[in-house]
Design a protein around this ligand. Structure first.
Ligand SMILES: [Fe+2]
Ligand SMILES: [Fe+2]
Length: 339
């Protein structure tokens, strides 16, 4: 079966402030051969969760995935740009560490994962709102926010592969194998999300909505990229991955219910239905075989796993709050409306 080729390298987004302008101006030129130099970018007291910093960071990270159309591939490992990226990351990381706060000695990864799998009886939040009263327009906005991640689903976690060993590695790759379609290009979860977008008459191009989404949507993906691209954060990356898999089945189930209530096309329902089933199995594997084996061999990573779970929760909540607050105020949750 031949699949339509999605856009390989996306177009560059539009700068939204001095930091994103500095990154975009830099990478649209040719990398200099003059060794180390400093790219001027006024970090000053920029908001670590603000759109300008998050977009600048997102563009830097994207150079490690598909890059951008017309951008020289050598920027990926350019020391001047990496130096600027590190400064952006420092700012983001400091804010996360501050907000996650102290992790007490009794707060273990096992306890954290157990807590994640308990669903509140009277749950509230974004997926409950969508299930019970969300409109189709809100659903479309939700798809757009999530497109930034789902079109590269599993890729940010895949950086973990060379950083794990033994059974944890084998079990991790077994889960990723499913995320990547278990040998079938038309079953890649990234592909299923393309199908969802197409069925909803949205643009299924990779990062097609980069100029539409707010900082909060970029932050959730930047967190995964930061954890994935730094070996020192491998415990946090595993925690992030575990949290994704554990919370996915109930959340995906509510989205299936939302989409069925709205009479959505089958391809839209399929993406979430697939996650209800697959992630229920993944959850067990991740908990016991990936996290369990990793911590049996490297117990000092326990706190990092907890940090990864909590940091994910924090950025996911920011995104969910942004959507529900915008809708409650009668506004679109996107920067640029859908036409
Ligand atoms: Fe998936
Ligand atoms: Fe999964």
């Amino acid at each position: 079966m031949t699949l339509a080729t999605p856009t390989l390298a996306p177009s560059l987004p539009t700068a939204v402030g001095p930091l994103s302008a500095a990154v975009l101006d830099t990478i649209t030129g040719r990398p200099s051969r003059r060794g180390l130099y400093r790219i001027d970018a006024p970090l000053g007291d920029s908001d670590p969760y603000g759109l300008d910093l998050q977009l600048a960071l997102h563009v830097c990270y994207e150079l490690h995935y598909r890059g951008f159309d017309g951008v020289d591939t050598r920027w990926e490992w350019n020391p001047a740009l990496l130096h600027l990226r590190a400064a952006l990351e420092d700012r983001f990381e400091e804010a996360l560490v501050r907000e996650v706060g102290e992790i007490g000695p009794d707060e273990t990864a096992a306890a954290e994962m157990a807590a994640l799998s308990i669903e509140p009886v009277d749950g509230q939040g974004l997926s409950y709102h969508l299930r019970d009263e969300g409109t189709w327009e809100q659903m479309l906005e939700y798809f757009v926010h999530r497109s930034i991640y789902h079109l590269k689903e599993a890729d940010p976690h895949a950086w973990l592969i060379p950083r794990l060993t033994g059974h944890a590695k084998a079990a991790f790759v077994a889960v990723e194998f499913d995320e990547y379609g278990a040998g079938h290009g038309d079953r890649l979860h990234q592909r299923l999300f393309c199908d969802l977008l197409g069925a909803a008459h949205l643009d299924d191009g990779y990062l097609a909505y980069l100029d539409h989404v707010p900082a909060e949507s970029l932050t959730v993906v930047n967190l995964m990229s930061m954890f994935g691209l730094h070996r020192g954060w491998r415990g946090a990356a595993v925690g992030h991955f575990a949290s994704t898999e554990i919370t996915s089945p109930p959340g995906s189930h509510r989205l299936v219910q939302a989409l069925q209530r709205l009479g959505a096309p089958a391809a839209c329902v399929r993406f979430y239905a697939e996650h209800v089933e697959a992630d229920a199995v993944h959850e067990q594997v991740v908990r016991t075989d990936v996290v369990g084996d990793l911590l049996a061999n490297e117990p000092q990573l326990d706190r990092d796993v907890v940090f990864g779970i909590r940091a994910r929760d924090l950025v996911e909540e920011r995104l969910a709050d942004h959507m529900t607050d915008s809708w409650a105020a009668g506004r679109s949750s996107l920067r640029r409306g859908l036409v």
